[in-house]
Design a protein around this ligand. Structure first.
Ligand SMILES: [Zn+2]
Length: 129
């Protein structure tokens, strides 16, 4: 019992995370993942080639941490044009092909978008830059 207790106390990450709420942990994971997406895409808006600093979903509320589903966008495309989705779809198909695009579609409708504490911590560790 004493050993188990020590392990919990010594693993700062586990102890710290147990104090954070799941929504807070998800927000942090999103923050790092979105930064990573923009860096991957060279801060160029995927849908208009302007300068971007936001991560825009193709499928909203789905595949939140899937690098296929998010690309760097400018505020104009992401917010004002609600993702500029017609252009987004057209560019995804052109870049990756129709089969890839159909797979993204089916994954978006089949894969869970709920994440455990452990999964969120893994995402933070993977994408934190
Ligand atoms: Zn744009």
């Amino acid at each position: 019992m004493i050993i188990k207790y020590r392990m919990l106390v010594n693993k700062k990450g586990i102890r710290k995370n147990s104090l954070r709420t799941l929504p807070k942990l998800k927000k942090e994971a999103e923050k790092w993942f979105h930064k990573w997406i923009c860096k991957r895409d060279g801060y160029i808006c995927y849908t208009c080639n302007g300068i971007g600093n936001q991560a825009g979903h193709y499928w909203h509320g789905r595949l939140d941490f899937d690098p296929r589903n998010l690309h760097c966008q400018c505020a104009g495309c992401n917010h004002w044009k609600s993702g500029n989705l017609a252009e987004y779809a057209s560019r995804l198909k052109k870049e990756f092909g129709n089969d890839w695009f159909d797979k993204l579609d089916s994954d978006a409708h089949q894969m869970s978008n709920k994440f455990s504490r452990f999964e969120l911590q893994e995402i933070i560790d993977k994408y934190k830059i």
